[in-house]
Design a protein around this ligand. Structure first.
Ligand SMILES: [Zn+2]
Ligand SMILES: [Zn+2]
Length: 305
């Protein structure tokens, strides 16, 4: 299971109601942060998450409401005596930004900091459990959207079928479960598909802000389990939103619908919108499984067996 936590759902500046951009994915005991606006660590302390398990931070762009919380978070991890490495992914300039902080003495970290600057669309990070893909969004400055994708997992091991084939229990079961063909002591070969059920789909989440509707979002959100998309403005302000490199909540719903996403979470709401819920009906008229996030909402993504 993956749980998505909205730690900051406002745009521009923090208010008593909303922190600025930060969304956390909790996955198998680890935390992946998307953006790190000012106050992210305060929001973390008010959430059920802790900073220790953060292993990866993906920064979309250098506007302050997406990155001003990063130096503080990195410093706190040091105060917490972190020893595990941390990876930060972001636009070109990330290394200069971090080195400048270090040079003036504003940031001392003893743990290993792996910095990845996104140069072009594609896979920017990969480990056996998931990959992170980046694609170009359409904003006023260079801005990258991200998608976390898990690989499909092998199907369930069918013990009854294995016994019917007289496969001795033990290591051969494990190798078949991992997708390997095995040779039995009597010389017969057994292929994994003979004892495994249908493969189980891995989960995927796309994170697209700040942006106006664009092709990059459609690519990242294609068939995704959950799309997190900005909806800075109400539906009536589409022209203004696009002129400023942003989207309306209705744009977000159209992107989710057109990309074939399964669910939509709208975030990055303008502090001028006091009651975003008044737009929900219209948004759901375009894409029914939509939510307009508040800080500290959580959304569970479950594996379809
Ligand atoms: Zn923003
Ligand atoms: Zn921005």
């Amino acid at each position: 299971m993956i749980t998505l936590h909205t730690l900051g759902t406002g745009s521009g500046k923090p208010t008593p109601e909303r922190g600025v951009s930060c969304t956390a994915l909790f996955r198998h005991g680890e935390v992946i942060l998307f953006d790190c606006g000012e106050g992210t660590q305060v929001q973390l302390t008010r959430s059920t998450l802790r900073p220790g398990p953060i292993k990866l931070v993906c920064i979309t762009h250098f506007h302050g409401d997406h990155i001003n919380g990063l130096p503080g978070l990195l410093g706190t991890l040091q105060l917490n005596q972190r020893t595990e490495p941390l990876t930060v992914i972001g636009p070109r300039g990330l290394v200069t930004y971090i080195r400048a902080l270090q040079k003036v003495g504003a940031l001392g970290v003893g743990y290993r900091l792996d910095l990845i600057e996104v140069e072009e669309p594609g896979v920017v990070y990969a480990e056996p459990g998931f990959t992170i893909t980046a694609d170009r969004l359409k904003h006023r400055i260079v801005c990258w959207g991200y998608r976390l994708s898990e690989p499909d997992r092998p199907g369930r091991f069918d013990v009854a079928r294995a016994q019917a084939l007289s496969i001795p229990s033990g290591p051969l079961y494990g190798r078949l479960q991992r997708g390997e063909a095995v040779q039995l002591p009597d010389g017969r070969e057994v292929r994994p598909e003979e004892v495994l059920g249908p493969s189980r789909r891995g989960l995927s989440v796309a994170y697209c802000l700040d942006t106006q509707p664009c092709e990059g979002t459609l690519r990242l959100a294609e068939g995704v389990d959950l799309l997190v998309h900005e909806g800075t403005y109400g539906p009536e302000e589409r022209k203004l939103a696009h002129a400023r490199g942003h989207s309306t909540m209705l744009d977000a719903a159209e992107m989710a619908r057109d990309a074939g996403a399964r669910e939509l979470v709208i975030t990055h709401v303008s502090p001028k919108i006091m009651r975003p819920e008044v737009y929900l009906k219209e948004v759901q008229g375009t894409f029914a499984p939509s939510a307009i996030a508040k800080d500290f909402d959580s959304f569970e993504l479950k594996y379809v067996e």
